[in-house]
Design a protein around this ligand. Structure first.
Ligand code: FAD
Length: 622
């Protein structure tokens, strides 16, 4: 029996990603493509599959380790006569971006369709429904979130008879109802409160704020209502009916919808069957719940935190990612003291440390404790609060008592809850649905988009995937070759933490460039030299651009990535994403006239710094 080293395969441009889960132990028998470890970078987490079958002899990685392509995960005693299968191949072509390559590798040990992504699991045998049908359509969209409504609206605009199935009363999914939008409504209020407090330093005093939490909650609900109501109206304008209910596949052309009512998912007892030519699965994800936390209303996920029932005195955030830190910002401005516990060695993983450092310095006052390289290992509900136990990766044990505990340790896809196997659709072990670059599953008439197909779980990624799926279907049905060729080929997907200051980044990060030995020229413009940032009294940030400095670029390298930390960073990062998509170099960006005085001007100036033509900073060393 041969001993084989199983290595981390090509995971796109991602390097030095942290191990957050070890899924096997010595002595375990593993099969080809069984997940071995989970690694995480910012919002993106992925499972690394085994390239061979056999028995685990020795683990070579532990929790918290950093791994890259080629790192040995474990030694395997391969089953007799079994040779390791080739390592997963990356997505090929121009669309192989850091983010999409990460997603692809996460779920793609072997291409599914063409160059697609797939978990390689055998396809289930589809059912065959012959019963009565209540509704017929060309395109059925399962799920009314940003992915679902965008797919449905695009498909209707392309002339297809489309139906949305959604279990809740309103369209908008997680993003509009319990995610992006309500969190930003509250973050806006927090930012204004912080800004007003800061005005004291400039000679303008407003006194201590008095917060009416019921009114604040009502404001958040009004924002949600306005947007979800708008979606409902747009669905009507497009003649896209929404069937309220829980959808379950019966076969590859039929979905049973059990009607739901009320604010939750109460079943009314009646059901309908929809017959479809094509389906787009957009059923999203839900928050991960740690198994050892007791059921207690003082322990919440992001949805519970957004409900804003009360402001705790002492709050614990479990997980130092973007969602946890955004919610922490809101609660801390409203008066809570914060602790945060994170298994990795820094908060806001995925962003360059220099960006995060600025945020952390400005926000240090919100936290009593920042516990890094620390696991949450137990919790009990006591009358005094939730008592939580921690264990450092070095074995140090500690505990704390909290009025509110927010679990923000990631989200898990809903793939296993749809009866997808009845349609013959492959669903991976963790619930992701593998798709190819056209968002097609292993079943030719069924597509999947959004959180359910992989990381990064972001609304803007879902919307773009939605348009691809709708266009491919419309192109196929209507014989329009250019639409039928649509692919998800974005080079980059931007990330934003809407904290104060905001942290935004896109494309290659400096940490990745270093880890991968990619030679880059950096243009960094400190906001201490930005007239607008100084006038705003917020000059702590900076704008950084990274250009290809390889010998082949001959000093005119294209932009590969960029990051901004400072107020409104999220509103500005789109320009850098566009520059990357367009293949711009430092001259293109620097010679684009940006209005003065604006924060956006700092992007042009960072390009000038890289080019050596910036006159808003002291002379640069030659
Ligand atoms: P979802 O929005 O999850 O929608 C799926 C829909 O399918 C749901 O409405 C669900 O009810 C429905 N559904 C599921 N199963 C069934 C079924 N069997 N039958 C009928 N209906 C079903 N992203 C950003 O880009 N920017 C942000 O600032 C941001 N902030 C966030 C803040 C928080 C607190 C959270 C939790 C998330 C945030 N996100 C953000 C992530 C974003 O919300 C998701 O990436 C996005 O909503 C995914 O869209 P989707 O269409 O794939 O799925």
């Amino acid at each position: 029996m041969a001993l084989i080293d199983v290595q981390v395969p090509d995971i796109g441009d991602f390097k030095d990603v942290g191990v957050i889960e070890v899924l096997v132990k010595p002595g375990d028998t593993v099969r080809v493509e069984q997940s071995l470890i989970t690694v995480e970078s910012d919002k993106a987490s992925m499972e690394i599959p085994s390239s061979a079958a056999g028995v685990v002899k020795e683990l070579k990685v532990a929790l918290g380790d950093k791994v890259s392509q080629g790192s040995v995960i474990l030694t395997l005693e391969a089953a007799a006569g079994v040779s390791p299968s080739p390592q997963p191949s990356p997505i090929k072509g121009e669309g192989a971006t850091p983010a999409s390559a990460f997603t692809a590798a996460a779920i793609s040990p072997s291409p599914l369709v063409g160059e697609g992504r797939g978990e390689g699991a055998p396809a289930p045998v589809a059912g065959s429904y012959t019963g009565p049908v209540d509704v017929e359509c060309e395109v059925l969209v399962l799920g009314g979130g940003p992915g679902g409504y965008s797919a449905a609206f695009r498909s209707a605009d392309l002339g297809l008879k489309t139906v949305i199935v959604e279990r809740y009363a309103t369209l908008g999914g997680v993003c509009l109802n319990v995610g992006c939008i309500p969190s930003k409504a509250l973050l806006h209020v927090a930012a204004v409160m912080d800004e007003v407090a800061h005005l004291g330093d400039l000679g303008v005093e407003f006194g201590a704020p008095s917060v009416n939490i019921d009114k604040l909650r009502a404001h958040k609900e009004k924002v949600i209502g306005k947007l979800t109501g708008g979606l409902g109206a747009m669905a009507k304008m497009r003649k896209v009916p929404t069937m309220r209910g829980l959808g379950q596949f019966l076969d590859a052309h039929h979905l049973r919808v059990e009607e739901t009512s009320g604010t939750a998912q109460e079943k009314t007892g009646s059901a309908k069957v929809v017959k479809f030519q094509y389906a787009i699965i957009a059923a999203g994800s839900q928050a991960v719940r740690l198994p050892f936390f007791p059921q207690d209303e003082r322990i919440v996920d992001s949805t519970g935190a957004l409900a804003l029932k009360a402001v705790p005195k002492k709050m614990l955030i479990v997980g130092g990612g973007i969602i946890g830190l955004e919610m922490g910002t809101v609660y801390s401005t409203l008066g809570a003291r914060l602790d945060v516990v994170e298994m990795m060695d820094g908060l806001m993983q995925g962003a360059d440390r220099d960006l995060v450092k600025v945020w952390q310095k400005m926000n240090a006052k919100r936290f009593d404790n920042i516990l890094l390289k620390t696991k949450t290992v137990g919790a009990e509900a006591t009358p005094e609060g939730i008592k939580v136990q921690f264990e450092g990766l070095d074995g140090t044990k500690s505990e704390g008592v909290y009025d509110l505990v927010l679990q923000a340790v990631g989200r898990t896809p809903n793939g296993k809850k749809l009866g997808a196997e009845a349609a013959g659709v492959v669903v991976g072990e963790r619930g992701f649905i593998p798709v190819d670059v056209q968002m097609r599953t292993n079943v030719p008439n069924i597509f999947a988009i959004g959180d359910i197909v992989g990381q990064p779980m972001l609304a803007h990624k879902a919307v773009h995937e939605a348009h691809v799926a709708a266009e491919v279907i419309a192109g196929t049905l209507k014989g329009d070759a250019s639409l039928a060729k649509a692919q998800f080929d974005a080079r980059v997907i931007p990330s934003v933490a809407y904290t104060d200051p905001e942290v935004a980044w896109v494309g290659l990060t400096e940490d990745q460039a270093k880890a991968q030995g990619i030679k880059v020229k950096k243009g960094l413009f400190p906001w201490t030299a930005s007239g607008r940032a100084i006038a705003n009294g917020r000059d702590e940030g900076f704008t950084k651009l990274l250009f290809d400095d390889s010998p082949e670029a001959h000093g005119h390298g294209r932009i590969l990535g960029g990051g901004i930390v400072g107020t409104h960073a999220g509103d500005m990062i789109g320009e850098i994403a566009l520059a990357i998509e367009m293949g711009a170099d430092a001259v293109d960006i620097g010679k684009t006239i940006h209005p003065h005085p604006t924060l956006g001007e700092s992007i042009g100036m960072a390009a000038e710094v890289a080019h050596g033509s910036c006159t808003d900073l002291p002379p640069q060393k030659k």
